[in-house]
Write a protein that binds this ligand. Structure first.
Ligand code: BG6
Length: 496
């Protein structure tokens, strides 16, 4: 499946020798996602034996203290194969580096130059306001040259202007083909499978257009709340955290035209066309086409949980949204007039990420249709918690009747290839950076366009006195979210 794009290569094909410079190595992302992903790659034999991880943090930790922290906080959460852990630790060197002081960067350069690995990956898992300084420091010590790549974590800025300011600073030191803007949704197996499904089969593509598709829904629902990230999240909100990147990238994968090849720019060119074709939501239409919500006290997993405004690190009068639903439209020949409903939220009823393609009803109903029009053909692509593809259709109810019965064809993707090791999103993307594959990373023009599209929504929210609509934790969001669809005679997939 898409071998030229993906890093899901056999274990034997390990990546070239590398130095992986991890800025923010004591932070939440490094501990929860990046180090476990590198560990998985290590345990699978996918990393070059001499590849090193240079873990950089601002804390004055000894190497042993850093390793003790990893033993306490990373190791317990690793699934299986912890026997490889010792070997993994041997790859790690901790260095104290303050972005605003030269000394740490001088020491880093010395360490890297002593080995001269052909690939140097600089992963900036830090606050974005440090990106420019770090890149300038890397350039100063000669670490921004041809063998170096820089990985930028989101959020890249908080609006178009600030993200472009960061992009411009980074571009002073790194060429675009050495900048990897990460969106971990693009690394998910199921998202790549969407391409395989659409463009590796003849079955769906003829139907994948306005003539046959009535509406499309894309949902990323989380059961978790804001957790320990309150201080960070409160200045961000769901539109910047999830819509500007993950949801719009999924939309592109669903809606784009077939690329001319699987090369990185062929795919990114097609995604860009979709972002450009997204009909801007005018400020005066935001109240009608966009729902923003904030969770209040409720339940999660059967336990009571506090409302967003009572979470640690959140201002009690915060107007930050934890839920967004949007009615989007794509102005091109394939999709004109087809609503794309996008939705994401924290503290929702369950954790699910799915894409639902609703097809039109048959042109003329021959059968008695007591099920209502909503029970027709639907393709449900579930990305999380399980990967599956389910096609709903109508079949004859058994017995002495002509009535129809909904049925489905199910493809469980994990059981389709049970013995193949699953590669996590971050692992795949980190291996892609080491191997120099840009296809699953966001190009600057895509990012600009995505920010441009959300800008009018942000602006309208800044100028309104209306607070986000409350919803009870553990539900599917505010009632206005259902109303957004019912105005079109539609309903969210789980309400059908
Ligand atoms: C991150 C967001 O990008 O994605 C988080 O910053 C969110 O707020 C996370 O929880 C969701 O990712 P996943 O892979 O768990 O669905």
């Amino acid at each position: 499946m898409m071998d030229s794009l993906s890093a899901a290569a056999p274990a034997a094909a390990h990546a070239p020798e590398f130095d992986f410079v991890l800025f923010g190595a004591t932070g939440d992302l490094a501990r929860r996602k990046l180090l476990p992903a590198l560990f998985d790659a290590h345990a699978a034999g996918a990393l070059h034996p001499r590849g090193r991880i240079l873990a950089l943090g601002s804390q004055p930790l000894s190497h042993d203290a850093y390793v003790a922290m990893l033993n306490d906080e990373v190791l317990p959460a690793l699934a299986g194969n912890a026997s490889a852990w010792q070997g993994f630790l041997e790859r790690i060197v901790y260095l104290q580096v303050d972005a605003n002081a030269d000394a740490g960067f001088d020491a880093l350069a010395e360490l890297i130059n002593a080995r001269a690995a052909p690939v140097v990956v600089c992963y900036l898992a830090t606050a974005p306001h440090l990106f420019a300084t770090i890149c300038a420091q890397l350039a100063r010590v000669g670490l921004a040259g041809e063998r170096s790549r820089v990985v930028l974590e989101k959020p890249l800025g908080h609006d178009l202007a600030s993200s472009e300011a960061i992009n411009a600073e980074v571009a002073r030191h790194f060429a675009e083909d050495r900048i990897y803007r990460i969106d971990h949704y693009l690394g998910k197996e199921s998202v790549q499978n969407l391409m395989a499904m659409r463009f590796g089969n003849v079955l769906f593509e003829p139907l994948w257009r306005r003539e046959w598709v009535r509406q499309v829904q894309i949902t990323i629902a989380e059961e978790l709340g804001v957790e320990r990230r309150g201080g960070f999240y409160d200045g961000i909100g769901a539109l910047r955290d999830m819509v500007q990147n993950h949801l719009l990238q999924l939309l592109c994968m669903v809606a784009m035209e077939p690329p001319t090849s699987l090369s990185e720019d062929a795919i990114r060119d097609e995604k860009l066309k979709i972002l450009k074709a997204l009909r801007p939501i005018r400020t005066e239409d935001v109240a009608e086409k966009v729902v923003r919500g904030q969770y209040c006290r409720g339940a999660a997993g059967g336990n009571p949980v506090p409302g967003y405004a009572s979470e640690p690190g959140i201002a009690p009068d915060s107007r930050t949204e934890t839920f967004v639903a949007i009615r989007a439209e794509i102005a091109n020949w394939r999709w004109a007039g087809v609503p794309f409903y996008l939705r994401t939220g924290k503290r929702m009823q369950s954790r699910v990420a799915e894409i639902v393609i609703h097809f039109h009803d048959v042109p003329y109903p021959l059968f008695p249709h007591p099920l209502g029009t909503m029970a027709g053909n639907r393709l449900v692509i579930t990305l999380q918690p399980e990967e599956s593809i389910r096609l709903y259709f109508l079949t004859k109810q058994p017995g002495d009747t002509q009535a129809l019965l909904p049925a489905s064809l199910d493809l469980q993707l994990t059981s389709a290839a049970p013995r193949v090791r699953r590669v996590g999103a971050y692992e795949r993307l980190l291996l892609d950076v080491i191997r120099g594959r840009l296809g699953l990373f966001v190009r600057r023009d895509e990012q600009v366009q995505a920010w441009r599209w959300v800008a009018t929504i942000l602006k309208a929210w800044e100028n309104t006195t209306a607070p986000p609509k409350p919803y009870t934790a553990g539900t599917w969001g505010p009632a206005a979210s259902s109303a957004l669809l019912s105005r079109d005679g539609q309903a969210w997939h789980e309400e059908m």
